[in-house]
Write a protein that binds this ligand. Structure first.
Ligand code: NAD
Ligand code: TYD
Length: 334
């Protein structure tokens, strides 16, 4: 198989490329990534010389480039996105451009070139916010996005479905819960808190800390995407969850314990505007139809997470200091 992975220099994309190259030694993988602040080739250092891997620096809104690349391939797995909710609240425009227009550019190129398979990676945030006793999201939950990030991802999901119904493009979609694992950018809750504590800083917990997320180990997510790409039914959506609903307070106390710190390190700060209260995923469909379920338990994942950030201090220090971007600017220009 010859695959184009968009956003492969990001958190999930880099884990997914590593997963593919290990599992399928004859597959060829092209990574198209614009290297925004969230893209980091250090995430792929161990595989950059693999003969089945090629990196292309470019933007998914670049029609010519995208069409040339897609003409060479069988499959697109689309992960490139602006992905951080807080940034979308401060400056939504980049989210509309990449997440909506970028997805549209890829879909058009896929249609023109008769692509065999287009898999779109989306989020549970498109379904809105749950109350404490509401049933978990599933594939039939109505869309109700509430942040500029989730609104832009919802728009991209609708476009992907429209290209299936209108043009018969062979698409699949997955909506997953919060991922965690190696190479997670230290602006998101877990890596921010772990690295802050390693630096002797406090951890900023929003509001009352009782918002709930369903945590999914990133390699379990990669296995689910791979299964959908190879065996998922065209035109279908699959919800992927981690079976690990936790409040932010529970996450914070677990991290404090793993980092050997006390609760005086917590700083309660002003809440995020429009902060979604709870996300949870019912993953029965992918379990029943494709035999997938998460393997890594929350306790095991948190151990691995703390260990990885302890052992990869140079990686996250380069990001926090901004050094990582200087290197790529020298190599590829601004
Ligand atoms: P990330 O922010 O770590 O990485 C995004 C990557 O996309 C970066 O490498 C960035 O350089 C690249 N990119 C951004 N704009 C681009 C553009 N215009 N052209 C080309 N490349 C561009 O994101 P992530 O956490 O790895 O998420 C990957 C996908 O999974 C996203 O679509 C996101 O919406 C979805 N998702 C993520 C989570 C999560 O917990 N991280 C949960 C559900 C869904
Ligand atoms: P985040 O990692 O940004 O993911 P998302 O908003 O996509 O779920 O945030 C996870 C949860 O942690 C969310 O409820 C917001 C909260 N949070 C904090 O309390 N403090 C922080 O500094 C951050 C980044 C997030």
């Amino acid at each position: 198989m010859k695959l184009l992975i968009t956003g492969g220099a990001g958190f999930i994309g880099s884990n997914f490329i590593r997963y593919l190259l290990e599992k399928y030694p004859t597959d060829q993988v092209i990574n198209l990534d614009a290297l925004t602040y969230a893209g980091n080739l250090a995430n792929l250092k161990d595989i950059e010389k693999n003969p089945n891997y090629r990196f292309v620096k470019g933007d998914i809104t670049n029609k010519k480039l995208v069409s040339e690349l897609i003409a060479e391939l069988d499959v697109v797995v689309h992960l490139a996105a602006e992905s951080h909710v807080d940034r979308s609240i401060m400056d939504p425009e980049a989210f509309l451009k990449t997440n909506i227009l970028g997805t549209h550019t890829l879909l058009e190129a896929a249609r023109e070139n008769g692509l065999k398979r287009f898999h779109h990676v989306s989020t549970d945030e498109v379904f809105g916010s749950l109350g404490p006793n509401d049933p978990a999201f599933n594939e039939t939950t109505p869309y109700d996005p509430r942040s500029p990030y989730s609104a832009s991802k919802a728009a991209s999901d609708h476009l992907v479905r429209a290209y299936f119904h209108t043009y018969g493009l062979p698409v699949t979609i997955s909506n997953c819960s919060n991922n965690y694992g190696p190479y997670m950018f230290p602006e998101k809750l877990m890596p921010l808190f772990i690295t802050n504590l390693l630096e002797g800083k406090k951890v900023p917990l929003y509001g009352d800390g009782l918002n709930v997320r369903d945590w999914l180990w990133v390699e379990d997510h990669c296995a689910a995407i791979d299964l959908i790409v190879r065996q998922g039914k065209i035109g279908e959506t699959y919800c992927i969850g981690g079976n690990s609903e936790k409040t932010n307070k529970e996450i914070t106390y677990k991290i404090l314990e793993l980092m050997d710190k006390g609760e005086e390190a917590i700083e309660f700060v002003k809440d995020r505007p429009g902060h979604d209260r709870r996300y949870a995923i019912d993953f029965s469909k992918i379990k029943n139809e494709l035999g997938w379920e998460p393997r890594v338990t929350f306790a095991e994942g948190m151990q691995r997470m703390a260990e990885w950030y302890r052992n990869n201090e140079a990686w996250w220090r380069d990001i926090k200091s901004g050094e990582y971007q200087k290197y790529y600017e020298q190599q590829y220009g601004k």
